[in-house]
Design a protein around this ligand. Structure first.
Ligand code: PLP
Length: 450
């Protein structure tokens, strides 16, 4: 009977997903096809993006999405959870294994939600947070005034050094001493050098603060040992799961502090239990179980040598791209990179050049990057002095240093040929644009998405 179910219902049901969509909603089906074609014919160099496997997509698009429940495996609020309990427990055990963690929570809907859960669990309204500012490379959810984190808490920032653009730990320490925050947040969206989590913990301990390490951008590198791990230094480690190449979503991990006792409203609580209570019912509702299934599939992939080797290639490719652009005269912040991303002050290329123009003209030539505000940037969010490049997707698609050489030449050709007319407008020869576009299309064609 089970065999029959396997053969007929489950198998055919899921195999037929795309054809069902095609039949029922041609418009969305065509948009999805178009998006696939866009991804296949243009170069993806956005540092915050990655590409998940077809197996991850299958789990995301599975019938598991229909299960509604609340709570955690073994303590759910609805019946019929025996299968999804297994799914979530497997996701948790694989997450713990891949990160070397004592505790994993796979329920956060996003990296932002993961941070929100930790902050809501550990802080009262008005408590002090010390974090890297948004315009310095930090994330919105680390205390920006436009986010929940900035609205409910009292946020102070630490800064990178004005000359070197590196984190200055002595400065962070003295700031922590002066402010006495309850939470220190480290981790960044725009920082291309190694982060010393051990030092951060030492600083946090010296002022009695909790340490949250948000490794969204570098989680894959941490898994592979290509960047030091914060798991046993930080009280909490959070990450988005799409940046290292999984489904969209978030993750909370804990190392040695996971079963520490804390006082919550006068009552003794175990830290990980308090995090679960804050996840549900504190911040979120029902878990996205299809997404949790997809996370489990992704975590299994991260345990392979192939995944780990790729993380080192991502760094090698980023290093090569950075070296090439430095040689071509670009102002690469910190003189290079230790991770997957490169930050460039593009306003130094020539007068009038902005991050916006660089992003737009590269996009029009089939090279997809993003503008980025740089530390101490004098230009606004909507213009910026900087651009950010990243190598996770090109590496995922099989490109190596030879291709990085080709890409650097193409980027340089575009940026040298563009003429800024205003902050937002530019001129470039149509013939050049067409030439670059077709070269990019050919290059991407050599590395099909599989
Ligand atoms: C991307 C990112 C996040 C947000 O993750 P979402 O899943 O997009 O909410 C949080 N923190 C850092 C450091 C990030 O880079």
């Amino acid at each position: 009977m089970l065999d029959l179910l396997e053969k007929i219902s489950s198998f055919q049901y899921h195999e037929g997903i795309l054809s069902a969509l095609k039949k029922q909603d041609r418009q969305i089906y065509e948009f999805i096809k178009k998006e696939y074609e866009r991804l296949q014919s243009t170069l993806q160099l956005i540092a915050a993006e990655n590409r998940c496997s077809r197996a991850v997509l299958a789990a995301l698009g599975s019938i598991v999405q229909n299960k509604t429940t609340e709570g955690f495996p073994g303590a759910r609020y609805h019946g019929g959870c025996e299968v999804v309990d297994d799914v979530e427990m497997l996701a948790v055990s694989r997450a713990k294994e891949t990160f070397g963690a004592q505790y994993a929570n796979v329920q956060p809907h996003s990296g932002t939600s993961a941070n929100q859960i930790v902050l809501a669990a550990m802080l009262e309204r008005g408590d002090k947070i010390l974090s890297l500012g948004l315009d310095q490379g930090g994330h919105i959810s680390h205390g920006a005034s436009v986010s929940f984190s900035g609205k409910f808490f009292n946020v102070e920032n630490y800064y990178v050094n004005r000359e070197t653009f590196l984190l200055d730990y002595e400065n962070i320490r003295s700031k922590a001493m002066a402010i006495r925050p309850k939470m220190i947040i480290c981790g960044a969206t725009a920082y291309s050098r190694t982060i010393d989590f051990e030092k951060f913990r030492d600083i946090a301990d010296s002022v009695g603060a909790f340490l949250l390490a948000d490794i969204s951008h570098i989680a894959g590198l941490v898994i592979a040992g290509a960047h030091p791990s914060p798991i046993n230094h930080a009280h909490f480690t959070t990450t988005s799961t799409y940046k290292p190449g999984g489904p969209r979503g978030g993750l909370i991990l804990m190392g040695r502090d996971f079963d520490r006792k804390i006082k919550v409203e006068g009552r003794e609580m175990i830290l990980w239990r308090h995090i679960e209570k804050t996840t549900f019912p504190g911040v979120q509702g029902t878990p996205y179980l299809n997404n949790i299934a997809a996370k489990a599939v992704f975590f299994k992939e991260t345990l392979t040598e192939e995944y780990k080797n790729r993380q080192f290639k991502i760094i090698e490719n980023a290093g090569r791209l950075a070296d090439n652009l430095l040689d071509a005269g670009y102002d690469v912040l910190t003189g290079g990179t230790d991770n997957h991303m490169i930050l460039i002050n593009i306003s130094h290329l020539r007068p009038g050049m902005t991050g916006f123009i660089a992003q737009k003209c590269l996009e029009d030539c089939g090279i997809i990057i993003n503008m980025n505000r740089l530390p101490y940037d004098e230009k606004s969010m909507k213009v910026t002095s900087g651009i950010r490049l990243g190598t996770p997707i090109v590496t995922r698609n099989g490109m190596g240093t030879k291709e990085m050489d080709r890409i650097s030449v193409l980027i340089d050709t575009v940026l040298q040929s563009v003429n800024a007319v205003s902050n937002h407008q530019y001129e470039i020869k149509n013939s050049l644009m067409d030439d670059i576009k077709s070269k990019i299309r050919n290059l991407c064609g050599e590395f099909p998405i599989q």
